[in-house]
Design a protein around this ligand. Sequence first.
Ligand SMILES: [Zn+2]
Ligand SMILES: [Zn+2]
Length: 437
Amino acid sequence: MKITFYGAAGEVGRSCIMVESNDTRILLDAGIKLGEHTEYPLLPDSELATIDGIVISHAHLDHSGYLPHIYTAGYKGYTYTIKPTFELTNVLISDYVRISNPENIKREGILKMTKMHKLVEYHEEFRIKNLSIKLVPAGHILGSAMIEVNDGKHRLLYTGDVNFRTTRLLDPAYTEHLRADTLITESTYAGESDVFEGEKKTADMMVASINDTIKQGGKAIIPAFAVGRAQETLLLLDDYMRSGILQKVPIYMDGMIGKAMRIHRHNVIYCRDELQKRILLNDDDPFKSKNFNNVTTRQQRSRIMEGKESSIIVTTSGMITGGPIMKYLERCGNVPQNKLIIVGYQARGTIGRRLLEGAKEIFIDGKKVNISMTVERYHLSAHADKRQLMSFMSRIQGLKNVFLVHGEPGKQKEFQESLKDKYNVVIPQLAGDYTVN
Ligand SMILES: [Zn+2]
Ligand SMILES: [Zn+2]
């Protein structure tokens, strides 16, 4: 089995892995890397005609955003995903194309992408030419999957992005009966210091901090990925508000979050049981909570930004690389009573990362914006930490080779050190290919 890493090697972004065996070539993920400049996987277009199928682990653009280019450039095969991944991918990609209007994407490519699609179910084996594939739940976002590839001799498991905790929306990743000789694992939080407090304690602290901001008459602004973090954060805020711990103020959602909410609601069967029961038996639908207000027009956004009232604003983009969050920072960033609350991963080179590291001024469309609002971080990320990844690996029968992807080099080196006595651990090079036997 030959594996080539066209992206997500020593970085978080542009996940794109080619697996070749038995005269069959497939791609696991086809993502882009958003930042000041969008970066693409190093997969040459000339290879596209030789690919027999693409399997997407989940809808986030760092795993799916290259699909419209691939179809624009002439790929004629199918893409395989779980149903909500297909729906969410379409929403995220059309938003991305509308905002950035990338030159390498044509309308026909997007149309072809939506047509050449096959939906698969969790735990159901299917074939792409001579390879057998199975998707199992990854606990990361709605529809997210780990991907098993079996060529009859070797078994490979790719985590995509993975979470082993139960969240408000989802059950944790499926870890029963896993067998693989080769694992390709994300390592976003695989560093020595990446051991996190319990979710409840973090949420309590975050809500207390938002209450402080409200008391001071400020606005709490939470940048969040439209899919996943936004819904988890909104459901959390709604729970705390219903129980009276979080002071009652309007919660606004801006960007693609409302649309993604609706897709969650339609696909509640892919959410965890407790949430399904809550909706079906009690007619208590957190996705349609009265505490939420969808921002649909620019005028409405201006009123919220200029208004004196306190509020909580959950808006895209999650790493402050574009979208309505830029407007909120321009207008509200220099008011000390306001607070920016970071809940997700912030990649290097993003404004989100710079603000986390203490930047007091940022540039939006070439214009300097002073930041005097407080910036705080609460770790509510949907990724596994180091300890969880290690215990997951120990549950995989027959595991020999581990490839670390989707992580920062420093953290990956630390993780490699902790694993090297048990497995053959590789930190792959960008565009490097490796053969596993
Ligand atoms: Zn993700
Ligand atoms: Zn990712």
